[in-house]
Design a protein around this ligand. Structure first.
Ligand code: 5GP
Ligand code: MN
Length: 334
């Protein structure tokens, strides 16, 4: 399957389709999956979205999100869905390690696999790959995909709202990773009825009191600034997890606050979770945190937004990060 015409043929008769996306799905993962689901259902296919793990409550407003099968909660249903699928769409991830145990299922599956993604270096596991690292989001690429199929006439308000969610979240409300095409897609979605004002409100103004106070704690007590390397680090300890009763999603977005400091070019947010240290990295301009994540922290991602994980001590991870910084960021003249 090298050609979009093969996909058009494949989708010409009703199929059982599974759509999967990465662990800890974000707005782009959910938006692209649900938008594609609604589109494919309109074409007469039987479609299920399978998520490796739960999604943040913030996204409960999205159409069909509560129908998604969650591997972590109902493994049998997830496996059955994947095994029954004739086509599996893989959205917003570039490698099977991003979907945990579902990866084995996918690599062994006989279904036709279609990968649509905007991360660097996609693994060649799919039969058809639409990968553009310059795309703002996978949601933008779903619009491109519908266009290539010649089926943009199937766009409706629900699909447009799902896709707009991914555009909004992966561009930080159109502050980065934009392009002329990104705005053209946004325009098309808005014309189809997507209410970006309300979506922005639903997505961003939803912190609980606990989360806002935790953010205050991170900034007031856990932020370390390294002016020589224009970098800020926030490290959250196991005790912080206990004190603030931190749950899934409670630390979402914290890393981005570091980049609000004038002159700061790179940010790291390390979390000491029960069994693993999770890391989020952000940067500006030419500094590649994807390289830092890949070379030192078993991770990867985009040039300016990456992550990693390690079984190690929090203090060792912070130390290692500081040690490797000079290889990636020029010493600043202060
Ligand atoms: P976040 O900091 O929001 O969790 O992740 C930002 C980006 O980094 C994600 O979109 C993803 O591309 C990448 N990323 C995060 N964690 C990992 C990881 O453990 N491994 C890899 N390869 N990429 C990650
Ligand atoms: Mn994305």
């Amino acid at each position: 399957m090298d050609d979009i015409s093969d996909i058009i043929k494949l989708l010409a008769t009703p199929k059982d389709i599974a759509i999967i996306t990465h662990r800890n799905p974000d707005g782009d993962a959910l938006g692209s999956s649900l938008g594609l689901q609604i589109f494919l259902e309109k074409l007469g296919h039987a479609v299920k979205v399978v998520l490796p793990s739960e999604f943040p409550n913030t996204f409960l407003f999205m159409p069909k999100v509560s129908e998604a099968v969650i591997y972590d909660l109902t493994q049998d249903r997830a496996l059955e869905t994947l095994r029954n699928a004739e086509i599996i769409f893989c959205l917003d991830f570039n490698g099977l390690d991003r979907i945990d145990k579902m990866g084995i299922e996918i690599s062994e599956s006989k279904a036709k696999k279609i990968l649509i993604d905007h991360h660097l270096d996609p693994e060649p596991f799919a039969d058809y790959t639409l990968s553009e690292t310059t795309a703002s989001s996978t949601c933008e690429l779903i619009h491109v995909f519908m266009d290539e199929l010649g089926m943009l006439d199937k766009m409706d308000r629900d699909i447009a709202e799902c896709l707009m969610v991914g555009l909004i979240t992966d561009t930080g409300s159109f502050r980065y990773a934009t392009s002329p095409r990104c705005y053209a897609v946004a325009s098309s979605l808005k014309a189809a009825g997507a209410d970006d004002y309300t979506l922005n409100d639903l997505i961003h103004n939803t912190l609980t009191e606990k989360q806002l106070r935790l953010l205050g704690h991170c900034l007031n007590n856990r932020l370390e600034v390294i002016p020589e390397y224009a970098t800020g680090i926030i490290a959250l300890t196991k005790e912080d997890y206990h004190t603030f009763k931190i749950g899934r999603g409670d630390t979402e977005g914290v890393v981005n606050y570091i980049l609000m400091l004038k002159g700061i070019k790179a940010a790291a947010f390390m979390r000491e979770q029960p069994t693993i240290i999770k890391m989020s990295f952000r940067s500006k301009g030419d500094i590649s945190v994807a390289d830092i994540a890949r070379n030192h922290f078993n991770g990867g991602g985009h040039k300016n937004a990456a992550g990693g994980a390690a079984y190690a001590k929090l203090s060792d991870i912070v130390k290692r990060f500081k040690e490797v910084l000079p290889n990636y960021i020029e010493k600043q003249k202060l």
